[in-house]
Design a protein around this ligand. Structure first.
Ligand SMILES: C[S@@+](CC[C@H](N)C(=O)[O-])C[C@H]1O[C@@H](n2cnc3c(N)ncnc32)[C@H](O)[C@@H]1O
Length: 329
């Protein structure tokens, strides 16, 4: 299939400042997020798209002009019916508008994680390309690499068939990782495997709605492996459910779908009562922060999501951690 519209990142316009060119383009914040997998049932996709362009606190410190450029890219992605989308039956990563959710996250990657169009991305748990399709419109062809990894072969195959033939820098790999929810028969243990990447090969790592389905030992392994494959200055963008205390789960404002989280005895994680233990995994506040620190990362940002019941531009919690730059000494 070759129906991926080759929009690509817009060239710098006349009159753009050097700062515009240096920090690249940004995407608006479409603030979806009613589905526990970081997405939305999006009855009201129009409203979600209408939120495009709203500003939020910015790691990348975009200029107003960059915000405008990126707002335009985001709207194009969310509305572009020439971009490939899997059928509803094929999508196994949650409900909602596939393109609008991807565009939302592109906005977070850029605005909160400082993703630049010339950076290379490793996407852990790439599913069926929901993050990858918008990234094809942002990353500069020929200058970047994208690697998506997932245990669900059908999702990876869809990406290989649909995205890679058009965007050759985008590669996808199935790894038969065991996961009680997504791949119960998997043969590879996630707590001891090595990412198929060289040291310091990537600038940006994403785990969107993935730590929310993993046990602690696998999250720990990913953090140390991601640290290895990131260049100095590279960032890890991870979403999670951070449980501050049991009381907040019982509060009426908490998303009722997560108020059934119960803490596992003697472990820093929480699972939904009566469900597959990997259906939704929460972590004690402080646990992920300590895992990131142990791996060597500096925590740049911790943003609580709307699932707690407070206003937030994203539904799940977001952690952004950076591999320290080399000291000049
Ligand atoms: C809720 S989906 C999110 C997919 C994608 N990040 C997105 O937002 O569209 C969770 C994904 O994690 C993948 N997954 C499960 N266990 C995994 C593991 N051990 N390592 C990497 N990915 C895993 C699943 O196959 C699934 O694609």
């Amino acid at each position: 299939m070759s129906d991926v519209a080759p929009i690509g990142p817009p060239a710098a316009k006349e009159g753009a400042t050097q700062a515009d060119a240096d920090s690249g383009l940004l995407i608006p914040d479409t603030s979806l997020g009613e589905n526990i997998d970081g997405d939305d049932d999006v009855q009201d996709t129009k409203a979600a798209k209408g939120r495009a362009g709203r500003k939020s606190s910015s790691f990348a410190n975009l200029t107003p002009r960059q915000e405008v450029y990126l707002g335009a890219i985001c709207r194009q992605i969310a509305q572009n019916r020439f971009l490939p989308t899997p059928t509803q039956d094929e999508v196994f990563v949650g409900d909602g508008d596939y393109l609008a959710i991807g565009a939302e996250f592109l906005g977070h990657f850029v605005r909160l994680g400082g993703l630049k169009p010339t950076e290379s991305v490793i996407d852990i748990g790439s599913g069926i390309g929901r993050m990858a399709v918008p990234l094809t419109q942002y990353l500069v062809p020929g200058k970047t690499r994208y690697l998506g990894i997932d245990p669900v072969a059908d999702g990876v195959k869809w990406c290989q068939k649909t995205i890679t033939p058009v965007y050759r820098d985008f590669r996808f790999q199935t790894v038969d990782l065991a996961n009680e929810l997504y791949n119960p028969e998997g043969k590879v243990a996630g707590d001891s495997w090595k990412l198929p990447a060289k040291d310091e090969e990537f600038d940006f790592a994403t785990m969107v709605s993935v730590a929310t389905h993993l046990p602690p030992a696998e999250v720990e392994r990913y953090c140390s492996e991601i640290f290895r494959v990131l260049r100095p200055g590279g960032r890890l963008f991870m979403t999670a459910f951070i449980v501050r205390n049991a009381e907040e789960l019982a509060a009426p404002k908490c998303d009722p779908r997560l108020s059934g989280l119960v803490r596992e005895k003697d472990k820093p994680c929480w699972h939904l009562r009566g469900e597959n233990p990997m259906a939704a995994v929460g972590f004690d506040e402080g646990y992920l922060e300590s895992v990131l620190a142990k791996a060597g990362f500096a925590l740049l940002r911790k943003g609580f999501g709307a699932w707690h019941g407070d206003k937030s531009p994203h539904y799940q919690d977001i952690l952004i951690a950076q591999k320290p730059r080399r000291s000049s000494k």
